[in-house]
Design a protein around this ligand. Structure first.
Ligand SMILES: [Zn+2]
Length: 571
């Protein structure tokens, strides 16, 4: 998802009660993120974590025994959407494999939606609702290694809430229904029953969406056909050929006009409202360049059997898998402004570049818990800079990345609490990307860096991973060239709020400089280039003082802070 909406939401939380957060789809350019770039000292204590998990958070966030006893295989979400009554009804067929013997599983559905029945074959199952969890009891033990299928029937009026609305019944400017979903964070179980967590994904999925004749539904995956139901409704069918995050599952219902293109074997399908069709045809042409850039760095678009789709929506944007939601006013930059303020953002459409980047990081490579969401947002923000580099070269990419520093707060660790469905702070975007740029500088060999990130993506695509997996992989791959344990470096940037500080103490009469890292990680030992920009010297500071001779002085000794995101303290 885009970041600034999160900034707005974060600011809104400070002053507004929960319900006022509804409909935060930004209508005007969002305020600049607060520029809390004041240098921090080690003595400053981080703010306490404001997130105190509730019972519901723990039920949603924990991967408890009633979830861990099964492995998802397949969903078929079969829904009817009534725009006039703002009512939905239908079922999700859920297929799963038991991993251990059990009589109970946990599925999730918000308690404002009605459960009509839950069937195992023709047997109605008993269940208990506990906030958003539905604990389903089976009349006999489901044995390990067996495959089970249940049909979960439900109905009700979905509630419009949260930053992106979850499920919105709007009208377009000509009065046609315009109905969209977007539920990242607040959860897919706000509008359909599923195992609402990040660790486990179905292997593939079907969606059948019945809507009034004349409207179009664009969902995830490949369109497989539509069927006139004979009662004024038409069913639109989509098949997702890949694992998919629950929050990526989407409906986009409206009077959509369709146009198409191809990039080699990849189908590109675009959907916009009639009034915006010409603008969409112009703006959406950027999708090809975006795909070429990301395929260059990471390899083939990950959902080629499903195709790439870009769909106009009434909110800023969302990375719905193979069906990217777009609401950036058909203009470059982000919501009509220069997102990074250095003249580079106006060259491209931020939402096309950012949300589509999530196809690689977020959708193909996914975090297994929201705590480690920087794997989605830090990487995708870094991908924005790779797009800039692909188009306009490394100096502009560095300019773009370094402008992100104004958005970093350094108040909380990027990685949040596991198992409580807590969303990490905004730093996961900008500091996450700046950390990856720092990691590139540690590798200090661009061909090797590009090979590394390509290999990283290829190794973990279609998997749900944690930061430990990322660190282990980079340690293993870089060991032969770097001879360096990267773990304390990852930890310092991701698990502490404070940036590492390079202390430099000059003795002009002795022509020496003493240097060390000040960091929370005792073993922090990041190699860094410094000294004379014409021929950088590689320093290997640790948290212990070292001394070296230098002809340079406090004023002439330089540290390339555009390559390493650090504080420098000269004395
Ligand atoms: Zn995002």
């Amino acid at each position: 998802m885009p970041a600034s909406t999160r900034v707005i939401a974060a600011l809104a939380i400070l002053s507004l009660p929960g319900p006022a957060l509804a409909q935060t789809t930004p209508a005007s350019p969002p305020a600049q993120a607060p520029q809390t770039q004041a240098p921090q000292t080690q003595a400053q204590r981080p703010e306490p974590d404001p997130h105190t998990p509730t019972h519901a958070d723990i039920l949603r966030g924990a991967y408890g025994p009633d979830r861990a006893n099964n492995d998802l295989l397949y969903y078929h979400l079969d829904l009817r959407v009534d725009p006039e009554k703002k009512f939905i009804s239908g079922k999700n067929t859920i297929r799963f494999r038991m991993l251990s013997d059990a009589t109970r599983i946990q599925i999730d559905l918000v308690d404002t939606l009605h459960i009509d029945k839950i069937l195992l074959g023709s047997t109605a199952l008993k269940y208990t609702r506990d906030s958003g969890a539905v604990l389903i009891d089976f009349p006999h033990t489901l044995n390990a290694r067996t495959t089970q299928t249940i049909d979960f029937f439900y109905s009700g009026h979905p509630i419009e809430t949260g930053r992106f609305g979850v499920f919105t019944f709007k009208q377009d400017s000509s009065g046609h229904p315009w109905i969209n979903t977007a539920c990242e964070g607040i959860g897919a179980s706000m509008w359909w029953p599923n195992k609402d967590q990040w660790r486990d994904e179905v292997k593939d999925m079907d969606m059948s969406v019945a809507i009034p004749n004349g409207l179009v539904d664009v969902s995830n995956g490949r369109f497989t056909g539509k069927r006139d139901l004979g009662d004024g409704y038409t069913q639109w069918n989509w098949h997702v050929h890949y694992p998919i995050n629950n929050y990526d599952v989407a409906l986009n219902i409206g009077n959509y006009q369709h146009f198409a293109d191809k990039l080699g074997p990849l189908t590109l399908d675009f959907y916009a409202l009639p009034a915006d069709l010409d603008r969409a045809k112009r703006q959406f042409s950027q999708a090809k360049l975006m795909l070429q850039a990301y395929q260059h760095y990471f390899g083939e678009y990950p959902f080629i059997k499903d195709g790439y789709k870009l769909i106009q929506v009434p909110y800023a944007g969302m990375e719905h898998q193979s069906a990217v939601a777009y609401g950036n006013h058909f203009a470059n930059g982000y919501l009509d402004r220069d997102w990074t303020g250095v003249g580079i953002s106006p060259r491209f459409d931020f939402i096309i570049i950012h949300e589509s980047g999530h196809e690689w990081f977020g959708n193909a490579v996914s975090a297994a818990d929201p705590s480690d969401m920087w794997i989605h947002e830090g990487w995708t923000t870094y991908l924005e800079s790779l797009y800039v580099e692909f188009r306009w070269g490394k100096p502009d990419a560095l300019k773009y990345l370094n402008a992100l520093k104004l958005k970093v707060r350094n108040l909380h660790p990027i990685i949040g609490r596991h198992g409580v469905n807590a969303e990490p702070p905004i730093d996961q975007y900008f500091k996450g990307a700046l950390f990856l740029n720092t990691l590139r500088s540690i590798v200090d060999n661009d061909p090797r860096w590009f090979k590394l990130i390509h290999g990283f993506y290829q190794h973990f695509k279609y998997h749900n991973i944690m930061t430990e997996d990322v660190v282990a992989w980079f340690n293993q791959q870089t060991a032969p060239s770097l001879h360096q344990d990267l773990t304390p470096i990852f930890n310092q940037y991701l698990r502490h709020p404070t940036l590492p500080t390079l202390d430099l103490v000059f003795d002009d009469s002795a022509h020496t400089v003493r240097y060390r890292w000040r960091a929370d990680e005792p073993a922090f030992a990041m190699p860094i280039r410094a000294g004379d920009p014409a021929h950088w010297q590689l320093l290997r500071p640790t948290t212990q003082w070292q001394t070296m001779p230098t002809p340079l002085t406090r004023d002439t000794f330089q540290v390339p802070t555009d390559l390493y995101y650090i504080n420098v303290n000269k004395s």
